[in-house]
Design a protein around this ligand. Structure first.
Ligand code: GLN
Length: 544
């Protein structure tokens, strides 16, 4: 087994996840089986109970794990699906060590961070790499070097490097090279300090990835090389890019692929980027543009909607039209006439998922606008549930209709708690989660969009559409066009609308640069088609 550990210095949020994903892509492009593991040194067992404002979106895996959003980047860059064991947290590691202690596995011993916790970390990394059949496992350590939380993980990686032996492990350190002062001078001191910090715990980086606003000059590269004890060809400059999908090629252009394969004794085949380059070429075309409104309650932190954003990038890379996302704070929308007027002019509307009461009325208004105008609409999870609520209120005239998540005493509970959720007490990992089969109605819009009548999509919800209202929905034109094998409503659509689809699942998690998700693709296609047809021609006179 070969391992590439990726650490971060100076500040968090440098794009370590993108660096790690891109390194994975470099190896994969050479036909080397790779996998990626994310270490999150927090005490939460998983990301499921965390507010999106703290860590961004919760990314759901096929097996139902609620994971860190970096797992989404890994899946998108590698074009591979991962499972929950690929997201190690302090919570998971400690839980397993404590369970072993209670079982008596360490009988007679004092259980300590070293060797027991570090041993558990190494065991987990080895097992995951083996189960994935990977020749190279990339391990990204969350946080920055020097944090107390990440110490056991870095120590475990140091031990692992010793155990694997020379030429089996590389340490890539991602740091910030800020540009300061009136003449825009690039500063290497923070990098020097963070490398010193790494060295103090016995890790010598084999490669430095320098992030910053501009490319590093040869002088600065030489300086980092000298101070940090890495060869100049292993000092890599990753300035900000127009799209993250440029990063693998940027690394490739600086010889990172060759350098790493040499370092780890791997075959350096000619990398294949055919599809990736096609994606980028189309992405840059800028043939037409659409404005897509996203109406959610976490809009101040875009990372809360990362997979949706990426799904639209993937569509741009397929269609060549520039997609501008416009963010609407669902909480503010009902009181903001200017925003409402702008929303009415958007080319498409997406209402993503969410939880709780805040912002739901804004979502309902946005859906009503999409239905009335009509504007192509995609409702995801809570956005789908609110589409049912909005329809009940305004098409069925049930003014008090609601989800019981917001109003437990509504006379018209159009959306209600899933039966199996009724006895559930804890909040961690207890929703209806992960990949579930969905059967689509033949001839429906959604089955056309997918080109299939059976799909698997990832879920994360506690509530569902109340079947008691379905007959009335149908009579008024809202159709159920997808169900789970046990009959739950998974898809609602308005056949008399250019594009109005609500889905209980989360399509955003399955979109990939080389395989954009059909729902996002069709939403944007409908928006483009609507723009091309002038209003006067939109409804041709009936042929007599
Ligand atoms: N809050 C809703 C539910 O629990 C929707 C969840 C979501 O959007 N992910 O069912």
């Amino acid at each position: 087994m070969k391992v590439i550990a990726v650490s971060g210095g100076v500040i968090s949020g440098l794009g370590k996840g993108i660096t790690t994903s891109s390194l994975g892509r470099l190896l994969k492009a050479r036909g080397i089986p790779v996998t990626i593991i994310k270490i999150d040194p927090y005490l939460n067992v998983d990301a499921g109970t965390m507010n999106p404002y703290q860590h961004g979106e919760v990314f759901v895996l096929d097996d139902g794990t609620e994971a860190d959003l970096d797992l989404g980047n890994y899946e998108r860059f590698l074009g591979q699906s991962l499972v929950g064991t690929h997201n190690l947290t302090t919570g998971k590691i400690y839980r397993s060590v404590i369970e072993k202690e209670r079982r008596g596995d360490f009988l007679g011993n004092t259980v300590q961070i070293i060797p027991h916790v570090t041993g558990e970390i190494k065991r987990a990394i080895r097992e995951v790499a083996q189960a994935a059949g990977a020749e190279v496992a990339l391990v990204e350590v969350g946080g920055t070097v020097g944090d107390i939380e990440s110490m056991p993980f870095l120590e475990a990686l140091r031990e692992l490097s010793y155990e694997l032996g020379e030429g089996h492990m590389a340490f890539v350190h991602t740091t910030l090279v800020p540009v300061v002062g009136p003449v825009g001078e690039a500063k290497t001191k923070p990098t020097q300090h963070s490398v010193r910090e790494l060295r103090a715990i016995g890790i010598r980086p084999t490669m430095i990835v320098a992030r910053g606003p501009a490319p590093l000059s040869p002088d600065i590269k030489a300086k980092i090389s000298l101070f940090c004890d890495v060869p100049p060809e292993a000092v890599i400059s990753v300035p900000d890019q127009p799209t993250i999908y440029e990063v693998p090629l940027l690394l490739e252009a600086q010889g990172v692929g060759q350098h790493l394969t040499k370092l780890l004794g791997l075959p350096d085949r000619v990398p294949d980027y055919t599809a990736w380059k096609e994606f980028l070429a189309t992405y840059r075309k800028g043939e037409g543009h659409v404005e897509v409104a996203v109406v959610g309650k976490y809009t101040e932190l875009r990372d809360a909607y990362l997979s949706h954003i990426e799904a639209f990038h993937h569509v741009q890379g397929r269609l060549g039209a520039t997609i501008h996302l416009q963010w609407y704070d669902a909480d503010d929308l009902p009181r903001n006439p200017g925003a409402l007027a702008r929303l009415r002019r958007s080319d498409a509307i997406l209402v993503p998922g969410g939880f709780g009461s805040r912002g739901v009325e804004g979502k309902a208004i946005a859906i009503q606008i999409a239905r009335d105008q009509p504007i192509p609409f995609l409702g995801v999870c809570y956005g789908f549930q609110m589409a049912a609520v909005e329809f009940a209120r305004h098409a069925l005239n049930l003014a008090q209709a609601n989800t019981t998540e917001v109003d437990p005493h509504t006379p018209d509970p159009v959306v209600c708690l899933l039966e199996e959720q009724k006895g559930v007490a804890g909040l961690g990992g207890t929703m209806r989660l992960g990949a579930q089969r969905v059967l689509l109605t033949p001839g429906s819009r959604i089955s056309e969009v997918y080109g299939r009548t059976e799909i698997w999509e990832r879920h994360r919800h506690r509530y569902e559409i109340n079947p008691a209202y379905l007959d009335r929905f149908r009579e008024h034109g809202l159709q159920v066009s997808g169900r789970s094998p046990d009959g739950r409503v998974e898809v609602l659509e308005l056949p008399d609308h250019p594009f109005f689809l609500g889905v209980q699942f989360h399509p955003e998690f399955l979109s990939r640069p080389e395989a954009p998700h059909p729902l996002y693709l069709e939403l944007v296609r409908s928006a483009l088609a609507r723009k091309e047809v002038p209003a006067a021609v939109a409804s041709p006179p009936a042929v007599t």
